[in-house]
Design a protein around this ligand. Structure first.
Ligand code: BDR
Ligand code: CA
Length: 315
């Protein structure tokens, strides 16, 4: 049985790799992409979503443009230094021939999910603004989503946007608060596991043994991303944060989940955007999500390379 998913995204190098992995995975039916502010502004995240689909011969998949700004703050937090000025490193993407759908991402998400109750899982891999506003606008949306698989947060791990906060949550902590407390089944994929899934320069070279526009894209897109990790984190590789969400469908045995009550700091202080687990159950609140705390990272990277090689044989 294939799983129907919508990816809510701010492409973003690892976001783009997530679409490629979804398209390369027979277990997944990618229903749509919805764009959001994040790694770069909404113009570029939306264009990149369309352009990566074009590159992968998948321009029939609809893209809906979403929110330009977080719920409260009047500016967005760019990840330009990590993902390059256009959001996809040094990659030159084709000019997309297809256009965005004529509906805001919030309404598009509500309509798609409510048309097939309990059938569609949504994978937010950027700031949670679109999802929070869909929940707020139409309460039936939360009831009808099958599941949310969120890339975000840092539970025992340090942050990557601030010492205490992960980028996607930091970029809109108010949205994260709405989503975490909406009663939707959630799987959280935090930095604790994504930092164990590192794609190295040698892995990128291996994929490039096959001559394909997809292989070239992976090389050009990851070059800036890998340089960032080299410079700031001291290793030769980049974390596959967003693609790891798809392991929940294509290789669930690689992830170990624990159930926690997770909350987010939105006080605006030094720990703004920090996600924390009630390990000692002091709040007496029931768990509100499953959190991935361990992963067999090497095996996930092997699976990723394998799927990309298969895709490169076709395109
Ligand atoms: C997350 O932040 C973004 O830079 C990545 O695309 C990923 O979604 C990792 O913290
Ligand atoms: Ca992302």
């Amino acid at each position: 049985m294939t799983s129907k998913i919508i990816i809510d995204t701010d492409p973003g190098v690892d976001d783009a790799l997530t679409f490629l992995l979804a398209l390369a995975s027979p277990e997944i039916k990618l229903e749509a992409l919805t764009s959001v502010h994040g790694n770069i502004g909404i113009e570029n995240t939306t264009r990149n979503a369309l352009a990566v689909l074009e590159l992968a011969h998948a321009s029939h998949i609809p893209v809906a443009r979403g929110c330009e700004l977080p719920i409260i703050s009047r500016s967005y937090n760019s990840g330009k230094n990590v993902h390059g000025v256009k959001g996809v490193g040094n990659a030159e993407l084709p000019e997309p021939k297809s256009k965005v759908v004529n509906q805001h991402a919030i309404d598009f998400l509500i309509e798609k999910v409510n048309a097939e109750p309990n059938q569609i899982s949504v994978f937010p891999i950027g700031p949670l603004t679109n999802i929070a506003l869909a929940i707020t606008k139409e309460p039936s949306f939360a009831k009808n989503i099958k599941e949310l698989v969120i890339m975000g947060g840092a539970i025992k791990h340090g942050g990557n946007a601030t010492p205490l906060a992960e980028f996607n949550i930091y970029a809109d902590p108010h949205a994260a608060h709405v989503v975490f407390h909406a009663g939707i089944p959630i799987k959280l994929i935090p930095l604790d596991v994504t930092y164990q899934c590192l794609l190295t320069t040698a892995d990128v070279e291996e994929i490039n043994q096959i001559k394909s526009p997809i292989a070239t894209f992976i090389k050009d897109a990851t070059s800036v991303y890998i340089n960032f990790y080299k410079q700031y984190e001291g290793f030769d590789g980049c974390a596959l944060h967003d693609p790891l969400t798809l392991a929940t469908i294509i290789a669930p045995e690689l992830l170990t989940f624990e159930e926690y009550h997770i909350d987010v700091d939105m006080s605006g202080g030094i720990s703004n955007g920090n996600t924390f687990a009630d390990f000692m159950k002091v709040s007496k609140k029931p768990a509100n999500m499953q959190v991935a705390m361990q992963v067999r990272g090497k095996e996930f990277i092997e699976l990723f390379i394998n799927r990309m090689e298969n895709l490169c044989q076709k395109i």
